[in-house]
Every structure is written in structure tokens, then in C-alpha cells.
Design a binder for this molecule. Structure first.
Ligand SMILES: [Zn+2]
Ligand SMILES: [Zn+2]
Length: 240
């Protein structure tokens, strides 16, 4: 009897501990820290900190790169948390396909540390077409943006810009076809003329590869009057 009580107390103690402290998502170490990752795993992530082009986030000597000088993107700056590399690529796949939805918290909180909400008027998560939203059940960029703006919920705007055309997913296309695929895809609600006028906007997205979607949305927002548009992304794909 005493032994049963002992075991049951021990079990309650373990349960209590695991509720208080979540384990590290990557290595299962006991201390998952404030972001659900232990310090070792957090430090080992591929942080996107190498000298880079401030406009597109690709590696450079820290100045605007040749590609941006040649063809000016419509967005003015890019802030990426990670380079799209292991294990962030694996985490992103699990996040997007729904088996690790709570990664939105880690991504949103860390992106919040890298960026400054005070510098923008609006935060717009990359819009998803209603058909895709129905298939997936959630918009991965919106879930991250919700965490990011936690204390400035008034800045979140996920309705005014929409995806009006259903196109094949960018990731399914060769890099060269992505610009064509995304052309004219976004629209701004007509009854919102003036909504974006003179605004500084951050577009939140999960992964930036060619930047074609971000560029097209930035173009749409600038045509609607925005003066400054930045890309705030979780991971930047670097050319191999
Ligand atoms: Zn760990
Ligand atoms: Zn660049």
C-alpha cells in the first residue's frame, strides 16, 4: 500500500514537472527553456547573421547586392531569422504540414526579438487562397504573425490584402517560372482605398526562396499607397 502511494506520488511529481517544464522539441532534453528548445539546440540553429544584402537578405559584404542593384525589388528590406538549413528545414516541413503546429510560438517569439514592431504601421501575413486554406486548415504565416504582434494586435491586418488567383504552389515550380506564376495574384480590397496610404508595412512569411511572392505582394501594397515594405521571414533559402 505504502509502495503504491509512493509510486503514485512520484508519478504526480513527474507529471507536475513535465507540465511546468516542456522538454526540448529537438533533442528531448529536460529543459525546453522559454521557447521549447534547450540552450544547446537554440545556439546550434542556423541563425541568418552572416553579412547580407539589407534589401533581399542574400549573402553579400553587407551592402545592397548586385542583383538588387540590377533589378530593384519592390520591398525595401528583408529580415530573416534563419538560413533555410537543417534543422530549420525539417521543423518548417512539420510546422506547415500540421504535425508541429505549436512551432508558430517559437518562430513568432524569436522573429519578434529580431525585428522591431515600433518601426511599422501594419503587419500583413502572406495571404493564402481560400481553397488552399481549406485544404491546410490554417495559414502558417498568419499563425506566426499572431504571436509576433501579441502586444500590438492592432497592427495585424490579414484581411485587406488577398490572394485572388489559385496558382500552383511556388515550391512546386522551377525557380524561373515562379515570377510568372505569381504575377497579378494579389489584390487589395477595393473599399479600402487609402488604407495603405503612406504606411510602413511588414509582410510576414515562413520561407523566402526567390522572393517572388513577397515582391509581388510588396508591389501590390505600394500601388495601393504604401511607402515602405519589409519582408520579415523565418528562413531565407540561399542559392546552392
Ligand atoms: Zn535540445
Ligand atoms: Zn539583394
Amino acid at each position: 500500500m505504502a509502495q503504491t502511494l509512493n509510486i503514485s506520488l512520484k508519478f504526480n511529481h513527474l507529471l507536475f514537472n513535465s507540465l511546468l517544464k516542456q522538454r526540448c522539441l529537438l533533442c528531448s532534453a529536460q529543459d525546453g527553456g522559454e521557447h521549447g528548445l534547450c540552450n544547446g539546440c537554440l545556439n546550434d540553429l542556423p541563425w541568418h547573421t552572416a553579412p547580407q544584402c539589407p534589401q533581399c537578405g542574400l549573402l553579400s559584404n553587407g551592402l545592397v547586392c548586385g542583383s538588387c542593384l540590377n533589378t530593384q525589388p519592390h520591398f525595401d528590406a528583408t529580415h530573416s531569422l534563419f538560413t533555410y538549413d537543417f534543422p530549420v528545414d525539417a521543423m518548417m516541413q512539420r510546422y506547415k504540414y500540421g504535425s508541429m503546429l505549436n512551432l508558430s510560438h517559437i518562430f513568432g517569439q524569436l522573429l519578434g526579438k529580431k525585428t522591431n514592431l515600433e518601426t511599422v504601421d501594419l503587419v500583413i501575413p502572406m495571404p493564402m487562397h481560400p481553397t488552399r486554406l481549406k485544404e491546410r486548415g490554417f495559414n502558417q504565416a498568419l499563425e506566426i504573425a499572431k504571436i509576433l504582434v501579441e502586444n500590438h494586435a492592432e497592427k495585424l491586418d490579414y484581411k485587406s490584402a488577398q490572394r485572388q488567383k489559385l496558382t500552383p504552389p511556388q515550391a512546386s515550380l522551377p525557380l524561373k517560372e515562379r515570377v510568372k506564376n505569381i504575377k497579378g495574384v494579389f489584390k487589395v480590397s477595393e473599399n479600402l482605398t487609402g488604407h495603405f496610404k503612406d504606411k510602413c508595412i511588414a509582410i510576414v512569411d515562413d520561407v523566402m526562396t526567390t522572393g517572388a511572392s513577397l515582391n509581388e505582394l510588396a508591389k501590390t501594397l505600394k500601388q495601393a499607397g504604401a511607402t515602405h515594405v519589409e519582408c520579415w521571414v523565418i528562413a531565407r533559402t540561399l542559392p546552392k
